[in-house]
Design a protein around this ligand. Structure first.
Ligand code: BES
Ligand code: ZN
Ligand code: ZN
Length: 496
């Protein structure tokens, strides 16, 4: 990854003058007049220093006022390093607009060694959103060898060091999840993913347990999918976070269990994906598991008083002589039998084992799964919102609100009981996909299937097929992995 994370800077012109660029934000009020935002004293001192009237400059540029619009004013001053001022539009000044503005600044200097001093926001919540999106906009991932990729430096004028430190923890975690998603599947097999977990566990101080081979005897779904690629075969990775201050009274803490789809590449298996070019994006089919690993590493630094166990269900869905067949019957963790209909619906098979393991062994207060599960979720909601399924309205409300505030937006979808019939099998406890043509709600029937394995827990399913990967390089997102879910889960767990 080539990305910069914000440092705090003093609210002083001297600090600003140590940067090549100074970013200042503006908005347009109801009367269509421009206003400068951010720390007012500092902004006017910067104007004074450069003998500039930024409102006059804005009148000259005549911006529309939309969030993320960016203008560059060259400045020169023999005593300072500053070469330009970025004027960036804050739109309606809501958190979404702040994220767009910050990512526009990040993009402007992406791949360059520019140091940017930002005097754009005042409030604590704005500071957090701004600092995270600054990094997300500057994020780059590639394996090019022809030239060295440079990366910028960001300073934010703020007196709120600890809030900025927390934002940087989250930004780093999102970028770590993006790196995992971008890594190609010839490198990123399930064993590699489990090694990443072990090394992040060591670095940030959480426990990691890995099961492989014979240890997976009871995990029929994980084995059925993952044995299509027997070298190295599937991995079950259990991450455990306990706050440092509560090692003795662990039982008293709220226990959150997260389950993530970690398919390192999804060919579809014997039910091969067609058209074939739909396969190239499928190295990102482990984005749910990546989001969990990144979230737990952020939590280990933020230390909320909650206990978190995250299960990464890692397997490759390959086409080989050991692939499962449509019509196979498998036995999941806990004993439920399932008739495999279409081997491309592999995600729910690995998740079912994880959910059943959590329900039977971990006694969760909350059980949340996150998965790039169905193309249907993208058809229904596009790429801005993830599909959220739960029967717990309170939980849906709180995740919905935190999603909107954090930038990882979710939409509450219905678990439609009229479609339960789709999961009826003649020979096993359940069918694993709807094989009857009258059901077209693919994301709903997948959620209904998962629910069978969640017991009576407070369960939420997040289908991130649309949001985990961006097809365009725009706003906060590069083309490729977005790191969706890290902000949502981290902020939600911090709020418990
Ligand atoms: N990994 C895919 C879902 C997916 C599709 C994620 C596009 C991201 C972008 C999943 O394993 C899958 O193939 N699902 C099938 C299910 C179907 C066979 C019932 C789908 O959505 O088509
Ligand atoms: Zn699939
Ligand atoms: Zn898949």
């Amino acid at each position: 990854m080539k990305v910069a994370f914000a440092q705090s800077a003093a609210m002083s012109v001297d600090a600003a003058l140590r940067s090549q660029a100074i970013a200042i934000a503006f908005s347009k009020n109801e009367k269509e007049d421009f206003e400068l935002e951010g720390p007012a004293h500092l902004v006017s001192a910067i104007e004074e220093h450069f003998e500039l009237n930024l409102l006059d400059e804005l009148t000259f540029f005549s911006p529309t006022g939309k969030a993320g619009e960016l203008f560059e004013i060259p400045v020169s001053d023999t005593d300072s390093l500053t070469e330009k001022i970025f004027l960036v539009g804050l739109g309606d000044k809501g958190l979404n607009s702040i994220r767009l503005a910050a990512s526009a600044i990040g993009r402007k200097v992406r791949g360059k060694s520019t140091k940017v001093f930002c005097a754009c926001v005042n409030e604590v919540t704005e500071l957090k959103a701004f600092a995270i999106s600054l990094s997300l906009g500057s994020y780059l991932w590639n394996q090019k060898t022809d030239k060295e990729t440079l990366f910028p430096e960001f300073c934010i004028a703020t007196e709120n060091q600890s809030q900025l430190d927390d934002a940087v923890v989250i930004a780093k975690a999102i970028c770590a999840a993006r790196d995992l998603v971008h890594t190609p599947a010839n490198i990123k097999n399930p064993a590699w993913l489990s090694e990443q977990a072990l090394s992040m566990g060591k670095e940030f101080g959480f426990n990691v347990k890995v099961l492989a081979g014979k240890e997976l005897a009871l995990f029929g779904g994980l084995r059925a999918v993952g044995n299509s690629s027997p070298k190295p075969g599937p991995r079950f990775v259990e991450l455990s976070y306990v706050p440092r201050s509560a090692k003795k009274a662990v039982g008293a803490l709220t226990h959150v269990v997260l389950v993530g789809k970690g398919i390192t590449f999804d060919t579809g298996g014997v039910s091969l994906k067609r058209p074939y070019d739909t396969m190239t994006a499928m190295k990102s089919d482990m984005a749910g598991a990546a989001a969990l690993l990144a979230t737990v590493s952020a939590l280990a630094q933020l230390q909320p008083r909650v206990r978190v166990t995250a299960l990464m269900m890692c397997a490759e869905n390959a086409l080989s002589g050991t692939s499962q067949r449509p019509s196979d019957v498998i036995t999941h963790f806990g004993g439920t039998t399932v008739e495999v209909i279409n081997t491309d619906a592999e995600g729910r098979l690995v998740l079912a084992d994880g959910l059943a393991y959590a329900d039977k062994n971990l006694d969760p207060d909350y059980l949340v799964d996150i998965a790039t599960l169905t193309g249907a979720a993208t058809l229904g909601l596009g790429r801005q919102f993830a599909a959220m399924y739960t029967r717990d309205q309170l939980l849906a409300d709180s995740l919905g609100k935190i999603g909107t505030e954090s930038g990882d937006k979710v939409w509450h979808m219905p678990l439609i009981d009229e479609y339960q019939d789709a999961l009826r099998s003649d020979i096993a406890d359940y069918n694993h996909t709807a094989d009857k043509e009258k059901y077209s709600a693919g994301s709903v029937t997948a959620a209904l299937f998962l629910e069978k394995f969640a017991g009576n827990r407070r369960w939420v399913h997040l289908d991130i097929a649309g949001t985990a990967r961006s097809e365009v390089d725009a706003g906060e997102n590069p083309k490729g992995g977005t790191g969706f879910g890290v902000r949502l889960l981290t902020d939600w767990i911090m709020s418990l």
